[in-house]
Design a protein around this ligand. Structure first.
Ligand code: 3NM
Length: 387
């Protein structure tokens, strides 16, 4: 028997003892195996032995033992340069901290593991679904409720594709729990109160909320008035809706989120913005799939894409990109996509077909004779179109 075979056999023996609930035996075998691997084994043998020991220490509730084993195994796996092995160890390491109610310690390990799995084309689909679910759990414990909702949703889609009913059920229940706790789903009609179109932003806000719109943006290109933001936010908060502020980051901190254009990001470091916003929503306008991928990396909650159709509301919006243009971004990102530009009752079906999660509307509501009726009609149409 080669040293590698001997070590592999002992690891197997330890795992057999673990499965037979002989945890103390399993631990003794594992400690010896690690000692042997240090002397005779390759780096991979030692990683495998430490990983087995970490798992057993976790079973025994020996937190510090598990962490010591995983810390060493993870450091060795970095040197080894095998991504799936490193992701596996980081995840176990992070899960140990998470189970011990230390989400902030777990965070970098679990996030890095998910990043590695996402970048790995050969990653097993179930492994990836589990990785997403674990980070959903993490972000919920950290209080990042919108990120948690997005990840529970993604995990549910992944389990559904694998026909894993248990996973679909659990993720669905977690999403419902968040929604019951006041997390507004980023789906449906996204109403924009644009100061250039509406002289009475609070009256328009009332119409939107009366109609059932739950995500509202305040847009004032000539300058956002913080008093208007405060007044609007008092209303949205009381009525269970979200207020997102366009452009003005300081004012967004008085509301539920910030919507940025690419130019707003150039002046700032996106990671700092994410930290500044905390658990508030961070939306970013993206023209091309590459910008959406960047937004994903720095932790945006949704991406805005347009113009879907010709619009007279934004002079520099550019040419309409249509259903195919929206779909190109939907296909490139796992973030919810908000389609915008020239959307009305007549062309809403194409927005739904494109896979966008939300349709953002200014003039088709604000310029209608009866804005509440127009918004209600759009919501009814969307609900009939969206699965
Ligand atoms: N952004 P309406 S189009 C604010 O393409 C905005 O990024 C766009 O107004 C983009 O619903 C647009 O009246 C205007 O067309 C949307």
């Amino acid at each position: 028997m080669t040293p590698h075979e001997r070590i592999a056999e002992r690891i197997e023996n330890a795992m057999r003892a673990r499965r037979a609930h002989r945890s103390q035996d399993a631990r003794e075998i594992s400690v010896e195996t690690v000692a042997t691997a240090r002397v005779e084994g390759s780096r991979r043998d030692l990683i495998a032995a430490l990983s087995g020991l970490g798992r057993i220490e976790r079973d025994l509730g020996n937190d510090s033992g598990a962490i010591a084993a995983y810390a060493e195994a993870t450091a060795l796996a970095r040197v080894e340069g095998e991504p799936s092995l490193l992701a596996h160890l980081l995840r176990n390491f992070g899960a140990t901290h998470l189970a011990a109610e230390r989400p902030t310690v777990a965070e970098p390990y679990l996030r890095e593991a998910l990043e590695i799995d996402r970048a790995d084309e050969g990653c097993d689909a179930l492994e990836l679904a589990n990785a997403v679910r674990l980070v959903a759990e993490l972000s919920e414990r950290l209080g990042n409720r919108y990120e948690a909702a997005r990840l529970w949703y993604e995990a549910r889609v992944r389990y559904a594709a694998l026909a894993i009913a248990e996973g679909v059920r659990e993720c669905g229940a977690r999403l419902e729990g968040l929604e019951a706790a006041g997390v507004v789903p980023l789906r449906g009609i996204y109403g924009i109160v644009d100061r250039a179109v509406s002289n009475e932003p609070l009256a328009l806000l009332d119409s939107l909320l009366d109609a059932g719109v739950r995500v509202v943006q305040y847009r004032a290109k000539a300058g956002v008035d913080p008093r208007v933001v405060r007044a609007m936010h008092a209303v949205t908060r009381a009525r269970g809706a979200l207020l997102i502020v366009n452009d003005d980051l300081a004012c967004a901190l008085e509301a539920d989120g910030w919507h940025a254009g690419q130019e707003d990001l150039m002046e700032r470091d996106p990671a700092t913005i994410r930290a500044t916003l905390g658990s508030r929503i961070f939306g970013v306008s993206c023209g091309v799939p590459g910008e959406a991928l960047a937004a994903e990396r720095f932790g945006a909650d949704y991406v805005g894409v347009g113009p879907y159709a010709a619009t007279g509301t934004k002079a520099d919006a550019g040419a309409a990109i249509g259903e195919a243009g929206i779909r190109a971004v939907v296909d490139a990102t796992r973030l919810p996509v908000v389609a915008i530009g020239g959307i009305n009752a007549g062309n809403l079906a194409g927005v739904a077909r494109s896979g966008a999660s939300m349709a953002a509307v200014i003039s088709a509501i604000a310029r209608a004779a009866d804005p509440a009726a127009a918004a209600r009609d759009l919501i009814a149409r969307w609900d009939a179109l969206a699965r």
